[in-house]
Design a protein around this ligand. Structure first.
Ligand code: 5RP
Length: 217
């Protein structure tokens, strides 16, 4: 199966967000990755449910909502109502992770867990059977345009092995510093979904940028 590409709208031109989203979808994007930041869990503030609900009518593509927020339980339902297809929460920000993941699942949305570069992968092992997606941050979350942290790929390898051993089917996604060069290492390590912001939205031809990342074998 070919690698899925999830353009992160963090690097899009927000004054023409609808056109930007339509452009990457026409260019072959599989998911649209939406970075929600609260200025507490990460030092940046981005978008909330109101913007997500404006994006929903633009496309039927999977809206992959990455919550970089404290107290995610308080906001899960708002993002479900706004049209999320996948909601991911950080293991570091969800002290009752099992409850949060099941809250998302019971609301009819696919749940995922996110793990930061410095967090041991063993932290997420107990929740793997309950999630549809595991997102490995390959930068410290908060900003686009940072450099890829290659050490994270050892954790990706381990999770891919556990997936096989345990007979599970969650997708493995990476986010941060993904470009045609780093994408190859990710695909080799067992990644299914590549999030890319600047490597897609900073290019004039988005279709070509997406294909370059997808084909980087
Ligand atoms: O979650 C994120 C930052 O926290 C972004 O999705 C990520 O950084 C994408 O940007 P780029 O591809 O430019 O690194």
């Amino acid at each position: 199966m070919s690698t899925k590409i999830a353009p992160s709208i963090l690097s899009a031109d927000f004054s023409i967000l609808k056109e930007e989203i339509e452009d990457v979808i026409a260019g072959g994007a599989d998911y649209i990755h939406i970075d929600v930041m609260d200025g507490h869990y990460v030092p940046n503030i981005t978008i909330g449910p109101l913007v997500l609900s404006s994006i929903r009518p633009i496309t039927d593509a999977t809206l992959d909502v990455h919550l970089m927020i404290e107290n995610p339980d308080q906001y899960v339902q708002d993002f479900v109502n706004a049209g999320a297809d996948i909601i991911t929460v950080h293991v570091e920000a969800a002290p009752h992770l099992h409850r949060t993941i099941h809250m998302i699942k019971e609301a009819g949305v696919k749940p995922g867990v996110v793990i930061n570069p410095a967090t041991p992968v063993e932290m997420i092992k107990p929740i793997l059977k309950d999630v549809d997606l595991v997102l490995f941050m390959t930068v410290n979350p908060g900003f686009g345009g940072q450099s890829f942290i290659p050490e994270v790929l050892d954790k990706v390898n381990k999770a891919a092995k556990w997936r096989e051993e345990l007979g599970l089917s969650f997708e493995i996604e990476v986010d941060g510093g993904v470009n045609p060069e780093t994408a190859k290492q990710c695909i080799d390590a067992g990644v299914d979904v590549l999030v890319a912001g600047s490597a897609i939205f900073n290019e004039k031809d988005r279709k070509q940028a997406i294909e370059k990342i997808r084909q980087s074998k």
